[in-house]
Design a protein around this ligand. Structure first.
Ligand SMILES: *Cc1c(COP(=O)(O)O)cnc(C)c1O
Length: 423
């Protein structure tokens, strides 16, 4: 099936007489006839459902659809994008491990890695992702276990030089993990460029209607854990909590997701509810229609803003003026995403006047919704910081994050235009 068809028909494939639409298995548990059968599931001897914290058929069907969209071998859903990042990293890192992460990633991600996981003994170096390879090289340490970055960063819209990061990671024998939330598999399929593991906040474009929190981890199956067995004992040596099974030996290319499910989801419990998976699936059925429209509208809005006298600056990788234009053309020639950043004239004050004058476009803590929305990081997500601290955090005091929706672009532009008049 091609991408558009996977969006509509991937995942759930009903057999004769079964429901046409993905059923919601709203059940925490599953029944077996004999004690022995259930025992085999606990030993991972046989595949099957027994408790929805570990696996649930509705969630698995949605994971399969996302897996096929990305061209992976296995996937799992998580309760949120944050949980996807946590489990993807925790699956191959432990106290004493080191992670290299692009500094422009989502604030929740850099906090999780550089602050919270640090308390658990996992250290992260946040690196300027635009540095040339030879200047990134010195950040690698003998205990580096993963490299993490976003294909398109939230909120700044920076496009990753995927080739540069993949070859650096692989030359040091560690996997490249990419958060592909903003680009989505409609615009970019990172596995084609050698990325090993993909994470998603499905809360964004995949759901697309601001209804359901969710996350997903997809594995390409390409990273050779056994070739670097000394670095990844969790995958390549016996798991005593599962009678000594060795994930790479028993599950081959499926080892990463099997371990993340059987061990981390079991213990950390960040599972997705079947209802949320169902809602996410409804969103996925139109992902291939919505994403191009988000991009088309965003392109027109970016061009409008760039030529507006009340606008100080615009950053959108679809604009020729962007320093990320060439990278976007290389990795996502059909479009980047619907989110862009700009600064109304008049600094922080101007940004607040502009926000308050909007009529149709709403102020919300969200992006990638069908409805256009904005956030002013300096007065919302980063409001505890002063101007100097904002700049250090990579957020400009006047920066507006605009998530362009799929309304008629003329209405979006008209609302922006009248609100800019208040600046
Ligand atoms: C929102 C977001 C996350 C976190 O996802 P949640 O579903 O909100 O937990 C992670 N990465 C990116 C790029 C995001 O935009």
């Amino acid at each position: 099936m091609k991408t558009n068809t996977i969006c509509v028909q991937g995942g759930w494939q009903p057999k004769n007489g079964e429901a046409r639409v993905l059923p919601i298995y709203q059940s925490t548990t599953f029944k077996y006839d004999t004690s022995e059968e259930m025992g085999k599931l606990f030993d991972l001897e046989e595949a099957g459902y027994f408790y929805s914290r570990l696996q649930n058929p509705t969630c698995d069907m949605v994971a399969k659809k996302i897996c096929d969209l990305e061209g992976g071998v296995a996937a799992m859903l998580t309760s949120s994008g944050q949980a996807a990042t946590l489990l993807a990293v925790a699956n191959i890192c432990e106290a004493g491990s080191h992670v290299i992460c692009a500094s422009k990633v989502y604030g929740g991600t850099s906090n999780l890695l550089a602050v919270t996981l640090k308390r658990f003994g996992i250290e992260t170096s946040l690196v300027d992702q635009d540095l040339p390879a030879e200047e990134l090289e010195p950040y690698f340490r003998p205990n580096t276990r993963a490299v993490f970055a976003e294909t398109v960063s939230n909120p700044s819209g920076v496009v990753l030089d995927i080739d540069k990061f993949v070859s650096l990671a692989h030359s040091h024998g560690v996997p490249m993990i990419c958060d592909n939330t903003f680009a989505t598999p409609i615009n970019c399929q990172p596995f084609k460029f050698g990325v090993d593991i993909i994470t998603h906040s499905t809360t964004k474009y995949m759901d697309g209607h601001a209804m359901a929190m969710g996350g997903c981890i997809v594995d390409s199956g390409n990273f050779d854990w056994e070739a670097h067995a000394d670095k990844y004992p969790g995958l390549t040596t016996p798991d005593e909590s599962y009678h000594g099974i060795i994930y790479t030996k028993k599950f081959g290319k499926l080892a990463f997701i099997q371990k993340a499910t059987a061990q981390l989801m079991r213990d950390m419990g960040a599972c997705q509810s079947p209802m949320n998976a169902f809602l996410t699936n409804v969103g996925l059925e139109t992902l291939h229609l919505r994403v191009p429209r988000h991009c088309e509208n965003a392109q027109k809005v970016a061009e409008f803003l760039e030529n507006h006298e009340k606008v100080a600056w615009v950053e959108y990788a679809g604009l020729k003026s962007s320093q990320y234009y060439d990278l976007a053309q290389k990795y996502m020639p059909n479009g980047v995403c619907g989110v862009l950043c700009f600064g109304p004239k008049g600094g922080k004050e101007g940004a607040m006047r502009f926000s308050n004058a909007l009529k149709m476009i709403s102020i919300v803590t969200h992006v990638a919704d069908a409805r256009s929305c904005i956030l002013h990081p300096a007065s919302h997500t980063h409001r505890q910081l002063n101007d100097q601290q904002l700049i250090e955090a990579g957020v400009l005091p006047d920066q507006i994050r605009l998530s362009v929706g799929i309304e008629d672009v003329e209405d979006i532009i008209a609302d922006l235009d009248q609100a800019l008049a208040a600046v």
